[in-house]
Ligand binder design. Structure first.
Ligand SMILES: Nc1ncnc2c1ncn2[C@@H]1O[C@H](COP(=O)(O)OP(=O)(O)OP(=O)(O)O)[C@@H](O)[C@H]1O
Length: 641
């Protein structure tokens, strides 16, 4: 074993410029720790974890990256399953914004800093894989006593940089072990796997960003060109380079003896400067020709097999027009830029397997949105909804995970499949997820992490493929801060968050109104609203959101005598436009109020407010005086004058 004092002595030798057997990257990093970051090797520091609010900011900024990196990370995690590896995705500042690890070791990992929110910059943590990778821009392994700070010497960490399409380092992928085999060489395979994952993430990123331009992919071997290219660049119609993966930057730089660390010398340059190729030659490099014939030469003489992908003629999702968005998603709202942006985001996410968290006030349409995601996903399995707040705590476990025959008294002798398994191949919608008891949160986390479910009373987990959409009307992040919701589950559930606006803020109010009125059509004719009724509805605060609107219209249609909803058909509060309903926002009370209104009482109040002046009341209600007189009679209202 290497003692703390030996470690300090070795760092001191390095500071005096004496040779040690360490890799050069380690020696250089130790020097930076001493000279630039002014760290003291005798002073050991625990891992630093960012406070939640700061972590949230970092994660928001990395949302796009995490989305693109996600499937690569999960694939890598499955490749190293069972070997206690932890995966960290850090941003440019060294903050861990995404994490995959075995929840069983949560506490140890958090303590060691292998966790969400840990900051692994070199200036903070000393020599470490993420920090050194950010400093050098290269893949490396920092193994045990390579770490500068004695606290981190049990760890073995391998990291590779992720570059954006302009050649700037944007993130770092790290794979770490809490304790590892003694030899550093044991991490060579990890390095290879991380490198391959990063390459794929960069390629996915380049493809996602390239819309109407050419993409040229390269490989030294014709066999892997189409399935796993080594590098790629994107080229605009005039033949200039507009984007590249890191592999692409290296090819370009090498061909003219430039430095890939200066991407400004590569981006914007004509492709012909680096390759024996003009833009007109790109169509000859598409898949229409056999791979072996698609050889291009770099200016330094290197030969590469190339695959050119034509510009996408169809506009990509962010530019989708309304008619191109799948129908179920179009039915979410009307024409307004904010709603169109939400629909485009939903359409993009629906096609992925990413878990989605929906936030929005009560009745704002969270379940409606979850169904639209399911219907727009193309999944063939069912949509299974569970309201975590409505099921008694002791039943949730068996409801969700099912049970084996004879698992408990009263259980069916055949056992039962849980809702998770019923959603196999489809979508599991977890409504009011914030109300899920803490104990079950860990079990749900396992289902999501391992993609398998263990029924109550069972010993063998069963594999299950589901898409999870969850929803909460309370900001989940607050529950996390209060310790009532597991942070790791929170991050598992919200690879992406969709926020539904409250009804009072919706720019497409009229569209929603029309859709709901259609539901109450009689003989194919939708009821309509008198202008004043519409005005009154628009002024309302709608604490119960679309559900409240639906209830109000249901009652109004029932009361209304013809096809036109008059103000007098609306519940009480609506006749007093000046009234502010925001004081009591309890949705239950609001609903009771909405459904329990008496039309007579409503008219009486309006008359009273108008000093029993029938003409004035009729004017305010938007109806004839005779109608008011008729209703006074019908409801037996005692007039005051
Ligand atoms: N885009 C929409 N178009 C038409 N009706 C909608 C839309 N969104 C929601 N609704 C209607 O509003 C009502 C409430 O919707 P939903 O149950 O999805 O809300 P929620 O946010 O899940 O409510 P809760 O918070 O109570 O679970 C339902 O009657 C639903 O049909």
């Amino acid at each position: 074993m290497f003692s703390h004092s030996e470690h300090i002595r070795e760092i001191e030798r390095v500071s005096r410029g004496l040779p040690t057997g360490r890799d050069d990257v380690v020696v250089q990093s130790w020097r930076r720790c001493l000279d630039q970051h002014r760290l003291d090797p005798t002073h050991a520091c625990e891992a630093f974890i960012l406070p939640d609010a700061r972590l949230r900011e970092h994660r928001q900024q990395s949302e796009d990256l995490v989305r693109i990196a996600r499937s690569g990370l999960e694939h890598l995690f499955s490749q190293v399953a069972g070997q206690n590896y932890v995966l960290l995705l850090s941003n440019r500042q060294g903050v861990t914004v995404e994490f995959l690890g075995d929840p069983l070791f949560d506490n140890n990992l958090r303590k060691a800093g292998l966790y969400l929110g840990s900051e692994w910059s070199e200036s903070r943590a000393g020599t470490c894989a993420v920090g050194a990778c950010i400093e050098t821009g290269e893949a490396l392994t920092i193994h045990q006593t390579d770490h500068f700070d004695n606290t981190h010497t049990p760890l073995s960490c391998t990291a590779a940089p992720i570059y954006d399409t302009t050649g700037e380092l944007t993130a770092v992928l790290d794979i770490s072990l809490l304790s590892s085999p003694i030899l550093k060489a044991s991490q060579n395979l990890a390095r290879h796997l991380v490198g391959a994952t990063v390459r794929r993430i960069e390629l996915a990123n380049l493809m996602a960003q390239t819309r109407h331009e050419w993409v040229l992919r390269f490989s030294r071997s014709p066999d892997f060109l189409d399935v796993d290219p080594e590098a790629a660049i994107s080229i605009d119609g005039s033949g200039r380079i507009i984007g590249m993966t890191h592999g692409g930057a290296q090819i370009l730089a090498r061909s003219v003896g430039a430095d890939w660390r200066e991407p400004a010398n590569l981006i914007g340059q004509p492709v012909s400067k680096f390759l024996n190729l003009e833009v007109d030659g790109l169509p000859d490099l598409t898949r229409r020709r056999p791979t072996q014939d698609r050889l291009v030469f770099a200016r330094d003489g290197n030969a590469l097999f190339a695959h050119a992908i034509e510009p996408q003629l169809q506009r990509r999702v962010s530019a989708w027009t309304r008619s191109e968005i799948p129908k179920p998603i179009r039915r979410l709202g009307g024409d307004a830029p904010e709603i169109a942006a939400l629909q485009a985001k939903v359409a993009k996410l629906a096609r992925t397997a990413l878990p989605i968290l929906i936030q929005g006030e009560t009745g704002s349409g969270k379940e409606h949105l979850a169904r639209a995601i399911h219907e727009g996903s193309g999944l063939t399995g069912g949509f299974v909804a569970i309201n975590c707040a409505a099921i008694p705590e002791q039943l949730i476990e068996s409801e969700l995970f099912g049970y084996m025959p004879g698992a408990f008294t009263g259980a069916s002798p055949k056992g039962r499949k849980g809702l998770v398994e019923q959603a196999a191949g489809g979508t599991l919608f977890l409504d009011e997820i914030g109300d899920m008891p803490l104990g079950l949160q860990s079990r749900l986390l396992r289902v999501l992490a391992e993609k398998e479910v263990l029924p109550v009373g069972g010993h063998e987990p069963r594999p299950v493929a589901i898409r999870v959409v969850s929803a909460s009307h309370r900001p989940l992040q607050e529950l996390v801060a209060e310790g009532r919701f597991r942070q790791d589950l929170f991050y598992r559930l919200n690879a992406a968050t969709l926020v539904l606006p409250p009804l009072r803020d919706r720019p497409d109010f009229d569209w929603l109104l029309a859709r709901i009125l259609e539901r109450y059509a009689r003989d194919g004719r939708s009821p309509t609203l008198a202008p004043l009724s519409l005005d009154l509805l628009k002024r309302h605060d709608w604490p119960g959101n679309i559900r409240e609107l639906d209830n109000v219209l249901a009652v109004a249609v029932a009361i209304c005598e013809g096809d036109v909803i008059e103000p007098s058909d609306l519940p009480d509060g609506f006749c007093f436009p000046a009234g502010n309903h925001t004081a009591d926002r309890s949705p239950d009370k609001e609903e009771a109020q909405v459904t329990g209104q008496s039309k007579g009482e409503e008219l009486r109040r309006m008359l009273s407010a108008c000093n029993w002046n029938v003409s004035e009341a009729a004017r305010r209600l938007g109806v004839d005086r005779s109608t008011v007189h008729r209703q006074i009679k019908r409801f037996g209202i005692m007039t005051q004058h």
